[in-house]
Design a protein. Structure first.
Length: 454
């Protein structure tokens, strides 16, 4: 597989950010809309689909499995599904690029169908473990041939008749939960998933919307038990994809740390399983207000008005991690400009993201003079102990590392360069243009690493 050439980008401190912007559609919902559209019988119309590399890989996989996926204008898509149990065996390997979400959900989707498939990914995805998803699939009868450590590339073959499963998720993971539920769709009887710590619930909401027989009970301690009746006939549904809160985090944090900024980010999803960053920023003293709040497609959305704020360090409890696991890198950028220490706990999951994201954040902070302490599952950032910036950050093919340190550079004392901004297209195509429209100074870096063009 040929890798794209690296595209270094430099963020320079400059003037205040201002304006109204809309971020791309939510990545989690975009993946799921394509998958459930492929499983429904009839046509599912999707509006606002995120057209990132990750999501387009999922669209290609659904086509390879027999669904018809037709792209329209401005993120509108029509998916003609084949029904639960109706997937076709793909003629070529399924390439998921950098998308861990797409790969893991598709493993669950395909794993209980009586067909064989080969899964590929880029260099980053091929380093990420798939064992958490493959363990329950093996218990349901799926055969797996994988590299050491259950890593891509790998091949699976589903059983003629899958075994329904009762599965307790060992660590909080919406991807693992969702993969088991998708696998349960083509298993006779009832598949049960127990999650001691609640994670994002987009799969459950979409299952109900498409007509699956689903029962959810919540214990006093917050543990959730999800029971799914297998082999349903799913009905196509129109899906409007709201703005991605994980993408919204970047202009929001940039506006908070760049003096004089005043920005509105429109149509952001506020599902409570995704809003841990906003809760944390408000605790830090952020001036955030949620305007024009409404409900669309079962999800609460709002316009988020953010103004530059004086932030203070806080302790982020470990039980908040599932609701903001993707936002710790950009929170670290905010913490670099806060008064005092910000303690982030329960971060072990960051070790198995697109990169060892915890190590990548710590290295980026070190390169730019930010005082910090990295532990096995925690990070402490001390804000404003000296000049910030002047370094080059290694992204390790991780889009969130790239965007987070570009945000940091907008408020730093000296420019900050990331070694490859091309990876941003996996989740946020148009990021640089959107930020530039708010007044951000982003430029391609010079030929020498860390040296921006004059």
């Amino acid at each position: 597989m040929t890798e794209n050439p690296m595209r270094p980008l430099t963020a320079r401190p400059g003037s205040a950010l201002s304006g109204r912007v809309a971020v791309p559609g939510d990545k989690s919902i975009s993946h799921r809309a394509l998958i459930f559209g492929a499983l429904a019988i009839g046509e599912t119309a999707i509006d606002g689909l995120l057209q990132s590399e990750d999501v387009l890989c999922t669209a290609a996989a659904m086509r390879a499995l027999g669904a018809t996926v037709v792209a329209g204008e401005n993120g509108s898509y029509k998916v003609h599904g084949v029904g639960v149990g109706g997937l076709m065996e793909p003629e070529t390997p399924l390439d998921f690029g950098n998308s861990g979400t797409g790969a893991r959900l598709a493993l669950g989707l395909i794993g209980t169908h009586p067909l064989a498939a080969v899964f590929l990914g880029d260099a980053s995805l091929s380093r990420r473990p798939m064992g958490r998803v493959l363990e329950p699939l093996r218990a349901m009868g799926t055969e797996v041939i994988a590299r050491d450590g259950d890593r891509l590339p790998l091949a699976i073959r589903g059983p003629k008749t899958a075994i329904p499963l009762e599965y307790r998720v060992p660590v909080p993971s919406a991807q693992v939960k969702s993969a088991v539920l998708l696998a349960g769709l083509n298993a006779p009887g009832i598949t049960t998933v127990i999650e001691p710590v609640a994670t994002r619930d987009h799969t459950e909401r979409m299952l109900e919307g498409f007509g699956a027989d689903l029962d959810i009970t919540v214990e006093d301690d917050g543990a959730r038990t999800i029971r799914l009746v297998g082999q349903p006939k799913l009905k196509p549904q129109p899906v409007t994809v709201p703005g991605d809160p994980s993408s919204a985090a970047f202009p929001i944090v940039a506006a908070l740390i760049v003096p004089g900024s005043d920005v509105v980010v429109e149509n952001v999803m506020l599902n409570e399983s995704r809003t841990g960053l906003f809760t944390t920023l408000i605790e830090m003293g952020a001036d955030l207000s949620f305007e024009n709040e409404r409900v669309s497609g079962g999800e609460t959305i709002a316009d988020i008005h953010v103004r530059h704020s004086t932030l203070k360090g806080v302790t982020v409890p470990p039980d908040r991690a599932p609701s903001m696991i993707d936002e710790y890198p950009v929170l670290s950028a905010a913490a670099a400009f806060a008064d005092g220490q910000t303690m982030m706990e329960g971060l072990a999951e960051l070790r198995v993201k697109e990169s060892d994201r915890l190590a990548a954040v710590a290295a980026g902070l070190a390169a730019n003079g930010v005082t910090h302490e990295e532990g096995a599952d925690f990070l402490v950032v001390t804000g404003r102990t000296g000049d910030i910036g002047g370094g080059t950050v290694t992204t390790h093919l991780d889009h969130r590392i790239a965007m987070s340190f570009l945000v940091l550079g907008l408020a730093a004392d000296r420019p900050v360069t990331v070694d490859d901004a091309g990876v941003i297209n996996t989740s946020f195509p148009g990021f640089a243009d959107l930020m530039a429209g708010l007044g951000a100074d982003l430029e391609p870096a010079g030929n020498t690493a860390g040296e921006a063009k004059a």
